[in-house]
Design a protein around this ligand. Structure first.
Ligand code: NIG
Ligand code: FE
Length: 439
């Protein structure tokens, strides 16, 4: 019966509702001042705070499991504060938001690739390094050599770091094993960590992440192998909820991606697609046509892709730290929001090549400065929209009675400050399922 009361919240800010927020709704957040939150057994039971008109908006969990909202002149007491089992926390007048949701990572990998930087600085592009047998090929080799225990310990370290930075739910892909046995090793690492670590992890199966040397010219056969052997194995064991593919020049083309995703859909997987990262070869168009849950990157998306995604209800999972690290342009997020009404999520893409950072706070800075999102849109892009992008919109991503007690107390008075300051860790406390994670 863990009970937590967070008092003295200067500003509580959150999107509202469990659906992907698009267009104008992307920038709509509930803002409460002088707020407090009461949580019990990992669930938010009550929230109160002052709205612009000076009155208190109070939300409690009704007996039917639905939230009940009342308005009062004075702040109500949320729980019996003399309860000896109650943990009370003072937020120090700071900002509190939902726990951040990280919607896109490749966090299980062997080795690192710092050796690529001098090549990059001499002008080699991401695909040049990949085509020459480096890049993902290199990480596959090191990942195959790594034991389960080594990968488990390394990934656990990443999860600890992410949680310190304010992330309470994350997505993670396989994709550095490529053969079934090695891919399953990565998914098993994630499964075990999901059980052992407070972080909630949603797994994505991505065997079509690279065309290894022995598969060059036999890409169609590799897709057959994925469809006929790998997908059924992973599905039967419940090792992944989503399937992803790298649809890119020199990797997998439109037709191969379509066949792969259709088979995954028929088997009941959710769909994701790495689309338009370097060349626009139809990936985002395909994402919309297939009704994919999300399409990732979208750096060079064209109007055809934007229209298709809007029609298909696909979430744009934009990865600005990868643009930064590849020295590339930034996805046209303002157009997605203003012209096409596509819900935008932002994530790190944490991986050893194109984004060796797992700092979602830096992604918020880039969302503000490079995508030109408002602080409200930025918050939506790191909470409810990625939550919907990984099938958790009903549980996390907003602060509402009945949802998970996943919150962050920030060393900032408001979202503007959080988006403006960069390079420091501004999370004072990450609360996961009603439990403070920092000692
Ligand atoms: O999303 N583009 C494909 N996959 C990753 C990079 C993986 C790597 O370089 O190791 C990405 O950028
Ligand atoms: Fe990625």
């Amino acid at each position: 019966m863990a009970k937590l009361l967070i008092k003295n919240i200067g500003r509580l800010q959150t999107p509202v509702g469990s659906y992907p927020h698009a267009g104008k709704a992307q920038g709509e957040n509930l803002k409460l001042d002088d707020a407090a939150v009461f949580t019990e057994d990992g669930i938010i039971k009550a929230i109160t705070g002052r709205t612009e008109d000076g009155k208190f908006r109070n939300e409690t969990l009704g007996p039917d499991g639905k939230a009940v909202v009342t308005v009062t002149d004075e702040a109500p007491q949320l729980t019996d504060e003399s309860d000896p089992f109650l943990l009370t926390m003072d937020a120090g007048g700071n900002l509190v938001t939902p726990g951040l949701v990280e919607g896109h990572t490749h966090m299980v990998f062997g080795g690192y690739r710092q050796n690529e930087i001098p090549l990059k600085l001499k002008g080699a592009g991401y695909l040049d390094i990949l085509r020459a047998g480096g890049g993902i090929n290199d990480t596959v080799k090191k990942t195959r050599e790594a034991t389960f225990e080594e990968l488990y310990d390394k990934t656990k370290g990443f999860l600890d770091e992410m949680m310190d930075l304010g992330v309470t739910t994350c997505e993670a892909k396989s994709g550095y094993g490529i053969d079934l046995e090695s891919e399953v090793k990565l998914l098993e690492v994630l499964k075990k960590l999901n059980e052992d670590h407070p972080m909630d992890i949603v797994s994505t199966f991505m065997p079509a992440h690279v065309v290894l040397e022995d598969w060059k010219g036999k890409e169609d056969e590799f897709i057959d192998l994925c469809i006929n052997e790998m997908f059924p194995y992973v599905k039967e064991r419940g090792l992944a909820e989503y399937v992803d593919i790298f649809t890119e020049d020199s990797v997998f083309d439109y037709e191969q991606s379509k066949r792969y995703l259709q088979a995954a859909k028929d088997m009941g997987f959710g769909l994701k697609i790495h689309a338009d990262e370097i060349e626009a070869i139809g990936g985002s168009k395909l994402a919309g046509e297939m009704g994919a849950t999300s399409a990732e990157h979208l750096i060079v998306i064209n109007d055809e892709g934007l229209e298709s995604m809007a029609k298909g209800g696909t979430i744009a999972m934009c990865l600005p730290a990868t643009s930064f690290y590849l020295n590339a342009t930034f996805a046209p997020v303002r157009r997605m929001i203003d012209e096409f009404g596509i819900p935008v999520a932002t994530a790190t893409d944490f991986n050893p090549g194109s984004c060796p950072s797992l700092n979602l706070q830096f992604v918020m800075n880039l969302g503000y400065l490079k995508y030109r999102m408002t602080p409200e849109e930025v918050l939506t892009a790191v909470t409810i929209n990625p939550a919907c992008g990984i099938g958790r919109g009903d549980k996390v991503g907003t602060l509402e009675a009945g949802k998970a007690a996943d919150l962050v107390v920030w060393n900032a008075p408001n979202m503007e400050m959080l988006c403006y300051r960069f390079g420091s860790d501004l999370a004072i406390q990450t609360i996961k399922a009603g439990v403070p994670m920092r000692q």
